[in-house]
Design a protein around this ligand. Structure first.
Ligand code: XMP
Length: 510
């Protein structure tokens, strides 16, 4: 990991990634670490500053997360946000209490004493609060720099030791001057320097990958999605045709998908091999109704097909994966979490094939990967594609996957997507697709009774796929899509729109 950045201690805030993003937007590297990191581990990372995130706990709860108090003695500036402020106050001898009037949403912050955090800012502005506890007494040698109606110590600090705490959330866009406050902390208090820029990142990575790979070969499983494509183009820049891209057509793709991805990837100069494997996938899925069973079959078959193809490549030593930073953090935190769905990707491949991993985006967020993609001239059609799950249409046909059902679903899905693009709605939506339900309903077409299938349309907005809300599509848009699907897709006589959020539902139906 990079030195001279900001480390963010994670106390379980839903905004922890946002804090890291904001710091990077200011041109400074940031890394999220668990709150129980030891002072020694921190020292090794040589950060210029430390931020404590917020979190759902209350400091007086028995198992409330608390950092090692020696962190305050490292001589590295600390900024505690919300719970971060409270835990710092508590550990340093101040007092925190459950507040009678909780503060959620907008609050007016009033600065009562000068402080480097507020340099260049007005005396009063709006901030975003979300807390039930508040600081009642500040620790010794701490001062109060700002107040709000419900927080008598909304911003506190010890200038000598460079320890600061703020009750509101500077990382959310609803806080006015949030970015300026973070910038003041990083550049004025921590004396940080800009060390994070995407152009440099590309150059650095290209050099690093070239040195690592030498004249060996790198295999890449491409899907046409953002991460695998941008990763492949980057590695291609580093090692040229020592990169070998493999695209597996599992027969569960959308209409025209293989053709268009093949064309796009080839147009970018990627050495691509397309493997036509739909027969084996569909055969193994015959009679299988359970979603997890489908996922398992598809995942294992993918590994098998891919492995067979990769074995033909001599001198292959590396496997490229588009792992993103959130995947890295999440997989470190899912212990004991309940398993909702097994999300199939190319996991399992490297151990099995004895390949070393190359993961150039392990430190990046999705929009940073898009930024790199732009710098590498990758077409928007790829950079702004909706996520598409590994098991593809198989988890959008509820129950058994049959060839004739795939045909129906492909057509309906194509119409929906085409209309979204035509009306300029596609980019506002995180994911939109059609689902084929295993029921028939009665209809009447041209005075004749019909008894046909039902298509459900799903469109959601989301930031990371972890939570989602249904997208408010205009009624006349839905009307048009319904008409087109029923008129143009044989075997469908009813269209419904899914208005469930996640939670309690999930984005996919299976
Ligand atoms: P859910 O349905 O869990 O989906 O709310 C969240 C995001 O993950 C995608 N998804 C998958 N992706 N393999 C994948 O590669 C899977 O098995 C899988 N299941 C869901 C889903 O499309 C959404 O973007």
């Amino acid at each position: 990991m990079r030195k001279k950045g900001i480390i963010v201690l994670n106390f379980g805030s839903q905004y922890v990634q946002l804090i890291a993003r904001r710091v990077r937007e200011l041109g400074v590297f940031s890394e999220i670490v668990p709150y129980y990191i030891t002072p020694d581990e921190i020292r090794k990372k040589e950060p210029v500053g430390i931020i404590f995130s917020g979190g759902p706990a209350s400091v007086y709860e028995e198992d409330a997360p608390k950092p090692d108090p020696l962190i305050y003695e490292l001589g590295i500036p600390v900024l505690g946000i919300c719970y971060g402020l409270q835990v710092m106050t508590f550990q340093l001898g101040g007092r925190v209490e459950r507040s009678k009037t909780q503060e959620y949403g907008r609050a007016k912050l009033k600065i009562v004493k000068e402080c480097e955090l507020f340099e260049g800012l007005p005396e009063s502005f709006d901030v975003w609060m979300s807390h039930a506890d508040k600081v009642i007494d500040v620790p010794e040698r701490f001062e109060t720099f700002a107040v709000s109606e419900n927080s008598p110590h909304a911003v506190i600090g010890n200038k000598n030791k460079k320890l600061y705490g703020i009750q509101f959330h500077p990382e959310v866009t609803h806080t006015q001057y949030g970015k300026e406050i973070l910038a003041n902390f990083i550049f004025k208090i921590c004396k940080g320097q800009k060390n994070w820029e995407m152009g440099n990142f590309i150059e650095e990575k290209v050099k690093e990958i070239r040195e690592k790979v030498k004249d060996k070969k790198v295999i890449s499983a491409v899907s046409g999605g953002v991460d695998s494509t941008v990763a492949s183009v980057l590695v291609h820049k580093a090692v040229g045709d020592n990169l070998r891209c493999i695209f597996v057509d599992n027969g569960l793709l959308r209409k025209n998908e293989r053709e268009s991805i093949e064309k796009l990837l080839k147009s970018m100069g990627l050495p691509l091999k397309v493997v036509y494997a739909s027969k084996i996938f569909l055969e193994r899925l015959k009679g299988v109704e359970d979603p997890e069973e489908k996922r398992k079959i598809i995942g294992n078959t993918f590994i098998e097909v891919f492995e067979k193809e990769a074995e033909k490549i001599e001198n292959a030593e590396f496997l490229l994966q588009g792992t993103l930073y959130p995947d890295v953090i999440e997989s470190a935190h899912v212990e004991g979490a309940s398993k909702i769905k097994t999300h199939h990707n190319v996991g399992g491949l490297p151990e099995k094939m004895n390949l070393k991993l190359i993961e150039p985006f392990r430190e990046l967020f999705k929009d940073e990967v898009r930024e790199i993609g732009k710098l590498l001239n990758i077409p928007d059609e790829i950079l702004y594609r909706h996520p598409f799950p590994g098991p593809g249409l198989a988890i959008r046909i509820i129950g058994e996957v049959r060839e004739e059902d795939l045909k129906i679903l492909r057509e309906a899905d194509y119409i929906f997507t085409e209309e979204l693009k035509k009306k300029g709605l596609y980019r506002n939506i995180w994911q939109a697709f059609a689902v084929l339900l295993p029921v028939k309903s009665v209809g009447v077409m041209g005075d004749v009774r019909t008894y046909e299938r039902v298509i459900a349309l799903r469109a959601v907005e989301s930031v990371d796929g972890m939570t989602a809300d249904w997208y408010r599509l205009p009624y006349n848009f839905l009307d048009r899509v319904m008409r087109r699907i029923i008129n143009e897709v044989e075997g469908v006589n009813r269209v419904v729109y899914d208005i469930s959020s996640k939670p309690p539902s999930t984005i996919e139906w299976e």
